[in-house]
Ligand binder design. Structure first.
Ligand code: KG4
Ligand code: ZN
Length: 337
C-alpha cells in the first residue's frame, strides 16, 4: 500500500489530506481564510498567499497526526498546481517539491478542476467513469464529457461569471456578505422562487455554454440600480428573500437544464457534479429530480468535499498508477491544466 500526502492552496483554503492508493481517505484538514477576506468582499490574492505560508505546515502536521501516519510512511506527494491564484498555488507547490525531495518520494501535479469531479469518485467508493461532469465553483462553471478520471472533453463553459461568482456578486448586491453562496441559500429559504422571472441566458444555444452576468445585472435592475454603486442593499424582509430565491431558482434552472442537454447529447448514464455550488441544496434537489426523470446515476460529494479540500486530490492515485510523475520543475499554471 502506498500512502499519499496531498496539498491544496489554489485559492482561499489551506488544505492537506492523507489517503491510500485505494483510494481511501485517512485525514482531510481544511483551514478556511474566509474571516481574512470577508471585509474586502472577496478573496485578495496577496492576503491568501501570505496566509497559506503561515498555515500550511500546521495544517500538514494536523493531517498526518489525524491519519496516524509518520513522515517515513509517506510514499508520494500530490499537489494542485493548476488552476488558481498564482501566488497561492506557488506556496503549495514549493512545499510539495521540498517534501518530495526531502523524503525521496515521487511528486504528482493534479488539476484542481478535475479533482472537483474526482471528489464524486472518492465519495462513491467505486468507478464513476465515463460520465458527464459539471464543475460549479467560484472560478469555474464547466461541463465535461469525462472519458476516464484524467481525460475530459469540454462540452461548454461560462462565457463570463462563474456560477459561484454570481452567487457571491448577488449576495453583495443584497447586502448578505461573503461568501455569498451559503448566504443566498439561507435567505432564499424564506423567499418565493417565482416572485421574479430572471433570465435563463443562452439556454437554447447549441453550444452548452453558460452566462451568468446578465442574471446578476437583472437582480441589480430589480433593485432599481443602473450600476453597482447606485443600488443600496434592500432591507431584510420578504422582498430581499424573494430576490434571493428567484435568483437561486434561475441559476439552478440553467445548471440543471444544461446537465440534461449534456446527458442527452452524449448518451452517458452517469452525472457527476462537484465544486462549491454543488453544496447548494436547491441545486442538489434539482439534479436529483433530473437524474430520476432520465433514469441515470447522480454523484454529488458530501458538502465537505464540494468546497475546496485536498482529499479530492486523490485523483493523484490515477496519475501514480500510470507512472505520470512530475519533475521538480513543476510550475504553477493559473489558468488551465
Ligand atoms: O469550489 P470552491 O470552494 O472554490 C473554488 O474552487 O472556487 O467554490 C467556492 C464557491 C463560492 O463562490 C461560494 O459562494 C460557492 O462556491 N458556494 C455556494 C454554496 N456554498 C459555497 N454556492 C451556492 N450555494 C451554496 N450552499
Ligand atoms: Zn475549487
Amino acid at each position: 500500500m502506498t500512502i499519499f500526502l496531498a496539498i491544496e492552496t489554489s485559492c482561499d483554503e489551506t488544505a492537506a489530506a492523507v489517503f491510500t492508493d485505494e483510494p481511501r481517505i485517512l485525514s482531510s484538514v481544511v483551514a478556511s481564510q474566509t474571516d481574512l477576506h470577508a471585509r474586502f468582499g472577496g478573496v485578495v490574492p496577496e492576503v491568501a498567499a501570505r496566509a497559506h505560508l503561515e498555515r500550511l505546515l500546521p495544517v500538514i502536521d494536523d493531517a498526518l497526526r489525524q491519519a496516524k501516519v509518520s513522515w517515513g510512511e509517506i510514499g508520494c506527494i500530490a499537489v494542485h498546481h493548476t488552476p488558481g491564484l498564482i501566488g497561492a498555488l506557488l506556496v503549495g507547490i514549493s512545499a510539495a517539491k521540498a517534501l518530495a525531495l526531502a523524503l525521496g518520494v515521487p511528486l504528482v501535479g493534479v488539476n484542481h478542476v478535475a479533482s472537483h469531479i474526482y471528489a464524486c469518485r472518492l465519495s462513491a467508493g467505486r468507478d464513476i467513469f465515463p460520465c458527464v461532469g459539471l464543475v460549479v465553483s467560484g472560478g469555474h462553471t464547466t461541463l465535461y464529457d469525462c472519458l476516464d478520471a484524467l481525460t475530459f472533453r469540454t462540452l461548454g463553459a461560462t462565457r463570463d461569471d462563474a456560477a459561484g461568482e454570481a452567487f457571491d456578486k448577488v449576495a453583495a448586491l443584497l447586502g448578505l456578505g461573503f461568501p455569498g453562496g451559503p448566504a443566498i441559500e439561507r435567505e432564499a429559504e424564506n423567499g418565493e422562487p417565482t416572485a421574479y422571472r430572471f433570465p435563463r441566458s443562452l439556454i437554447r444555444d447549441e453550444r452548452l455554454d453558460f452566462s451568468f452576468s446578465g442574471l446578476k445585472t437583472a437582480v441589480l435592475y430589480a433593485l432599481g440600480g443602473q450600476n453597482n454603486a447606485d443600488a443600496p442593499p434592500p432591507p431584510p424582509g420578504k422582498g430581499r428573500a424573494d430576490l434571493a430565491a428567484s435568483f437561486q431558482a434561475a441559476a439552478v434552472d440553467v445548471l440543471v437544464t444544461r446537465c440534461r442537454q449534456a446527458i442527452q447529447r452524449t448518451g452517458r448514464t452517469r452525472l457527476a457534479v462537484g465544486g462549491g455550488v454543488a453544496a447548494n441544496s436547491a441545486l442538489r434537489h434539482g439534479l436529483t429530480a433530473l437524474a430520476s426523470s432520465l433514469g441515470i446515476e447522480l454523484f454529488i460529494p458530501p458538502l465537505a468535499y464540494c468546497t475546496d479540500n485536498a482529499a479530492m486530490a486523490a485523483a493523484a492515485v490515477e496519475h501514480w498508477r500510470l507512472g505520470r510523475f512530475a519533475s521538480l520543475d513543476l510550475d504553477a499554471n493559473p489558468t488551465t491544466g
